[in-house]
Design a binder for this molecule. Structure first.
Ligand SMILES: Nc1ncnc2c1ncn2[C@@H]1O[C@H](COP(=O)(O)OP(=O)(O)OP(=O)(O)O)[C@@H](O)[C@H]1O
Ligand SMILES: [Mg+2]
Length: 249
């Protein structure tokens, strides 16, 4: 049974795309069949795999092409539905559709048996595509940068999730990944302490601020290809393990 996972946070630049590329590739290397979908007009997810942004999501949602026609193979066991600027147009055009928040769910339905995990890389907002991602997902992962504004974004997103659950959608908060952690700063330590106090075991191992993670896309590589022994890569292994708890190959 496939698990679909939205990686989302309203605040920009908190590590969403990096997290999708890193987790998706780790699971693909472990032998799982993975689909990653870019919902952000920035098209960064393709770049995180060293590929070009392309109108994959637009073709899927607006041109109603088959999912196969909209994807590229990013790595062994890993397919990508890329995005680009056309995603912004797609967003405008679906606002008039009936039950528009379910457009993504309808579009990926034929794929559900074919993948073990489907990841949605959300844009930094709470727009219709991100609501659609939450509605189509079993789990949501929120990468939270260690700043006050990111924690506000987290609280807002948890509220939205609650509202969707009240409407009968089943998406659950699977984990919060603290990102851009500086061991030395008081801000990082305080925010981490607060997250653990409020969310307990949902808080994954913190990802350090890491040049290796930042530069990997410039080498057309994920962190597992660029610097698998780096502190950032090792920290992400905890998030991978958490996703696999209770899952069977
Ligand atoms: N742990 C980290 N340490 C250092 N740099 C990082 C780390 N994680 C991500 N980065 C870099 O920070 C920038 C923002 O990360 P990323 O694109 O993953 O965030 P995002 O949440 O997807 O952003 P957006 O909200 O714009 O979609 C990128 O340049 C990325 O390479
Ligand atoms: Mg992003």
């Amino acid at each position: 049974v496939s698990k679909s996972i939205a990686v989302a946070l309203q605040k920009g630049g908190t590590g969403k795309t990096t997290t999708v590329a890193t987790l998706a590739h780790a699971l693909a290397m472990a032998g799982f069949n993975i689909l990653a979908v870019d919902l952000d007009p920035q098209g960064n997810l393709a770049l995180a795999f060293g590929l070009d942004p392309a109108p994959g999501l637009y073709r899927l949602l607006i041109d109603k092409r088959t999912p196969r026609d909209c994807m590229v193979r990013a790595r062994p066991n890993l397919d990508l539905i890329p995005g680009d600027r056309s995603t912004a147009r797609a967003k405008e055009q679906i606002t008039s559709a009936l039950r528009r928040e379910e457009c993504l769910m309808r579009a990926i339905k034929p794929l559900l048996g074919q993948y073990d995990f489907i990841f949605f890389d959300c844009a930094p907002s709470l727009d219709i595509l991100n609501i659609a991602a939450l509605v189509s997902s079993d789990w949501v992962i929120m990468p939270v940068e260690m700043s006050y504004l990111a924690t506000v974004g987290l609280a807002q997103h948890i509220e939205t999730l609650q509202e969707l659950q009240d409407l009968g959608y089943h998406c659950q908060l699977k984990m919060v990944i603290p990102t851009f952690c500086d061991k030395v700063t008081r801000e990082s330590r305080e925010i981490l302490g607060q997250l653990r106090e409020h969310l307990g075991d949902l808080v994954a191992r913190p990802i350090p601020r890491s040049v290796r993670l930042r530069e990997a896309p410039a080498h057309y590589k994920t962190i597992w290809e660029h610097a698998p022994e780096s502190a950032g890569a090792l920290a992400y292994q905890d998030s991978v393990k958490r996703l696999l708890r209770g899952q069977q190959r």
